[in-house]
Structure formats: structure tokens, C-alpha cells
Design a protein around this ligand. Structure first.
Ligand code: 1HN
Length: 348
């Protein structure tokens, strides 16, 4: 069957026939078939979009002035992709992004929910997230997980605003009609930190020869450790093209969460890197340095704390803006989801 064959339109049908269909909750497929199943390549709603931190920061600080934490629970400005419509609060079909502000002395109260979340810390010292009793201190560049179902609350003992990037699979969980939350009480702090127990990539704790069956053994990935891994990888072998690491569960080798994948990338001074066209949408957030990002006809310059989202099925060209310094990038994509669904593709 040729794809250029034009299928019948809704307007081609007798109006009273369409009315009869509607009355009994029936819809003809053929006027919509090409829309839901386009030829050769999906037509993502997700548009390549960048959000600059210099735009976000003053508006977020203003949110701190006009809305007390008790009236927000989570004081967040959502990075919404215009391709989906801003009210949908989506960066892509499965990814939600938000910048959250916590002021000194504030508490974002304990709750748990079905969507998986992570926080990438952008600015400030002295805040923490307690996840299932484990107190995770926030420093710039750290990644803190709050996977599905785990209790979490945010507190702040410092004296300056703290800001972080929230990444959730909320659009997907909402779409599947499984999104809900439960409020709880402040969690008692439990001893032990996964990031310390599982510090070495090649060794894991085995007290009395038993392995933990924890589903989320590491909840906080300190930036200093991840950065050191990238620098080490960049030097051995020196030819490795994409200096990239994946945040994984050390007990399974799988991605840290079920739906979204998380990565850190280092661009060498002056490096240009082409990322292949793959099915998942992808988010880039600059931890240190600056780069340009090209997708189709669009090109963005991304500086520290800037964030960009691109749809799937297109190449991405990254260029470090400095010939002297490396650039470090946090990335999120929908790979685990696509792999589980069997729709993951890499077109090279
Ligand atoms: C949430 O629980 C947090 O815990 C942040 O900090 C953003 C966006 C949608 C739904 C739940 C948080 C969220 C969220």
C-alpha cells in the first residue's frame, strides 16, 4: 500500500452518518489513521527548547517572595515545552522538568508518590532531602533519587536560597492514570549512606557474604565522585569519543530508575560531539562550562545551569564553547522506557 494514497476525510462522510456514530461512541479510523501512524518517522510534539537559568532564577526568587512554602508544598517553576502546550507541564512525552526553590528554614513536607523523581542540585548550600530516612545533603551537581513510592521531604539549614532541577516521569505516569501521592510524617533518620557503602564501582558491600536486596542502594550520587569518574575515563584511553557515564544501580547494573535514564557527559576542551538519532527525547543540563547544541535548524548556546530538551529521531551536535576547559553536562532520556516497551531505536 502506498503511503501517499490520500485517505477519506471526516468531511467526506454524510453529516448524519457521523452524528449516528457519535451518538453511540463510535469513530471512523481512516480520517485519523495517518495522524496516529505517520509514514516512516514519528511526528513528535516535543520541540527542541532551551531554558536559560538567567531567565528562570529571578522569577523563581520572586516566587519565594509571593508564595509561602505552605501555599506551594513544592515551590516550582515548570520548564514546559510549547510543542505540548504549556499547561501540559511536559518537557517531552515522558519527561517533566521543574526548577525548585527552597529558602532557609523552610520544609517541603514529607510525601511519597507514584512518579519517579530525581533532583540535580543547581545552586546553594545547606539543604537536604531525606529519602526513606536517609539524609541526602545537597551540593551543586549532586544527583539525588526519590524513586516511586519512597518517602521524601526537603529541608534547609543554610542561609542562602537553594535551587535544584527536578526531573520526573510525571507525564507518563499521569497518562497511564496511575499518578497519586500520599502525605506523611517527618521521617526518623536512619544510619548509613548508600553513596558511601557503594563508593567503589567494582566492589559492593557483602557483610557475612550476603548481598543487599535493596532496590535503590544509592540515593545520592555526589558530583565530586561522578566528575572524577569522567576525568578518569577521559584519560584512559585518551581516544574515547563520548566521555559519558550512566547512573546505575550497582547491584543490577541497570539504570537507577525504571523509566528515565540519567547520564553525565564531559566535553573535552574544544570538543565537537555528534550524538546519533535515537528514539528517546533527551534533556541536557550544564553543570560546569558552556556548549552549543544544534538540533535540526535550531542552535542554542547553553551556559552553566541552562537546560535544553530535544525530541527523539534526530541527530544532536554538541560543541564545547571553551578551548581551554572541559564542559560537564547532566543528561536525562527516555531510554529505559523505550527499551522496556520494545520501541528503542538507534538510527546512527
Ligand atoms: C514532587 O513531589 C516534587 O518532592 C517536586 O520535590 C516536583 C512535581 C510534580 C509532582 C510531584 C518534590 C513535583 C513533585
Amino acid at each position: 500500500m502506498k503511503d501517499d494514497v490520500e485517505l477519506g476525510r471526516l468531511e467526506d462522510l454524510p453529516a448524519d452518518y457521523v452524528k449516528d456514530l457519535t451518538q453511540v461512541n463510535l469513530v471512523p479510523l481512516w480520517p485519523s489513521l495517518r495522524g496516529v501512524l505517520p509514514p516512516n518517522k514519528p511526528k513528535p510534539l516535543t520541540q527542541a527548547t532551551a531554558w536559560n537559568y538567567k531567565d528562570i532564577r529571578p522569577l523563581l526568587i520572586k516566587a519565594g517572595e509571593v508564595t509561602p512554602i505552605e501555599k506551594a508544598e513544592r515551590r516550582v517553576l515548570v520548564l514546559a515545552n510549547p510543542g505540548h502546550g504549556l499547561q501540559k507541564m511536559q518537557a517531552s512525552s515522558a519527561i517533566y522538568l521543574g526548577m525548585q526553590l527552597l529558602l532557609p528554614g523552610e520544609l517541603a513536607p514529607p510525601h511519597r508518590h507514584t512518579p519517579n523523581a530525581v533532583r540535580m542540585i543547581v545552586e546553594g548550600e545547606g539543604a537536604y532531602t531525606t529519602v526513606q530516612g536517609e539524609k541526602c545533603i545537597m551540593h551543586r551537581g549532586d544527583l539525588i533519587l526519590t524513586p516511586t513510592g519512597l518517602w521524601h521531604e526537603h529541608g534547609h539549614d543554610g542561609d542562602q536560597p537553594v535551587i535544584w532541577l527536578d526531573v520526573l516521569d510525571l507525564p507518563l505516569i499521569y497518562y497511564t492514570e496511575t499518578s497519586y501521592h500520599i502525605n506523611g510524617n517527618e521521617q526518623p533518620i536512619v544510619p548509613g549512606h548508600g553513596e558511601k557503602q557503594y563508593k567503589g564501582a567494582g566492589v559492593i558491600p557483602t557483610p557475612m557474604f550476603t548481598r543487599s536486596d535493596k532496590q535503590y542502594p544509592i540515593l545520592r550520587f555526589p558530583w565530586e565522585d561522578v566528575k572524577a569518574s569522567l576525568i578518569s575515563l577521559a584519560n584512559d584511553p585518551a581516544e574515547v569519543e563520548a566521555v559519558q557515564v550512566t547512573y546505575i544501580n550497582p547491584l543490577t547494573g541497570q539504570d537507577v530508575e525504571n523509566i528515565l535514564g540519567f547520564y553525565a557527559l564531559m566535553l573535552r576542551p574544544g570538543q565537537k560531539l555528534r550524538l546519533p538519532a535515537r528514539s528517546p527525547a533527551c534533556v541536557f543540563h550544564i553543570i560546569e562550562g558552556a556548549m552549543s547544541l544544534k538540533f535540526d535548524e535550531k542552535e542554542f548556546t547553553l551556559n552553566e545551569a541552562d537546560t535544553c530538551c530535544v525530541p527523539g529521531y534526530g541527530e544532536v551536535f554538541l560543541t564545547n564553547q571553551s578551548n581551554q576547559l572541559p564542559t560537564f553536562v547532566f543528561m536525562t532520556d527516555e531510554s529505559p522506557l523505550h527499551r522496556k516497551l520494545g520501541v528503542y531505536e538507534n538510527w546512527g
